[in-house]
Design a protein around this ligand. Sequence first.
Ligand code: ZN
Length: 318
Amino acid sequence: MTRKECYEQCVNEVQNARLARAAKREEGAERLKKENPRFAEICELLSALSPKVARAAISGDTVELEHLKDTVTVLGKERAVLLKSAGIGGDDFACEKCRDTGFVNGKYCDCIKQAARELAVKNLAAVAPVDSCRFENFDLSFYPDADTENGNPKKRMTEILKLCKEYTLNFDPEKSDSLLFIGNTGLGKTHLSLAMAYELLMRGFDVIYGSAYNLFARMEKEHFSEHNDNYYGDAVSCDLLIIDDLGGEFVSPYVQSLVYNIINTRLLARKPTVINTNLSMAEINRIYTPRVASRLLGEYVAKKFIGSDIRQQKSIKK
Ligand SMILES: [Zn+2]
């Protein structure tokens, strides 16, 4: 689902809920007319009054107009009290700001923005374990505090966690760096990039997250079919694109050029990208051609994840 579709769906939901409430209110009022004679009388009086108000307004009889308006107000209040005591909802809106239209001055209301964020996270949760991958539950105790030939895993990962948090906090879709997370499987690359995606989606940024396998398969399918939902266009233009597990996909010549085009187009537009991979630079160079490797080396901030496979450690613990 694209960002635009997310917003459209939320507006539809808000407007449909408003119509449903209005229909329910109407139904309740009809029922109450049969049960409560005073309520039925008020409804009749009110509908008889409205043409009188219009006539007084047209004729310019201000004294009569004020008198009629007062009567309408008094009856309206009594009607509202009777409705409320019968448990029938009043004319209140779920969102007072936009009166459940979804728009304020032609722009999306805050209620829609919030709903769209939640929907975007829900959509992400359907394809990735976003709920269990947050900054709060990134467990540094799995990384040994010992010097190895690659460095001290605990120190390195503490540093990377801090970098990811700060990156998210200071995120600017036109200024932030692109990041390259390198390292073996099970060292937390997916965890940290999902945590970043979650935080940024909740702040209203347009984030697309996907495994290289899913992203490129979808784009390749789109490219070779009649139907085009412009997934490639969304991926190159979103605020942050996160490509998880680069190298986990089948690399056809088409995918090779796709990877280059995405990386290059986003760099030229100064749009940040986060790429995770288990591959070494030499392997990237070989699999995706030297021009991809040179872009990554020259333009991305690379961080090497070190330690031993956390998924294995967790399953041993169990
Ligand atoms: Zn609203």
